[in-house]
Design a protein around this ligand. Structure first.
Ligand code: ZN
Length: 119
């Protein structure tokens, strides 16, 4: 799905607002936290927010894919569009789950989620 800058901004702002709300809720529930507890909650929120930010950017990136099927990165054959598939990505931000267009090569049977690397 193609997202405009305004739509991306809305999604990013929503994720940030949610993180802020969670932190404020936690702050009210924990009136005298020590530094380790503060670190734990902030790191957890940062991780979650980072994944959501990455998801928004990756969704937007997919909208820039060409309409034509890509060529197989292994053998150069034209790949077949297999529709949208869920993909779990491991990133430095932790696990990110997303739906992407998936292409399959009938020649060498490799699959790819453009513009990402072969999986
Ligand atoms: Zn191939």
């Amino acid at each position: 799905m193609a997202l405009t800058r305004a739509q991306k901004r809305a999604k990013l702002a929503e994720a940030a607002e949610e993180a802020i709300e969670r932190l404020l809720d936690w702050d009210e529930e924990n009136p005298r936290p020590n530094l380790t507890q503060i670190e734990d909650i902030v790191l957890a929120l940062r991780q979650r927010l980072g994944r959501e930010f990455a998801s928004v950017v990756m969704e937007g990136q997919e909208a820039q894919q060409p309409a034509q099927a890509p060529l197989c990165p292994r053998c150069g054959e034209v790949m077949r569009n297999k529709g949208r598939k869920g993909k779990a990505l491991e990133s430095r931000l932790g696990g990110v789950q997303m739906e992407r267009g998936y292409y399959y090569c009938p020649h060498c049977e490799s699959g790819v989620f453009p513009p990402g690397p072969t999986t």
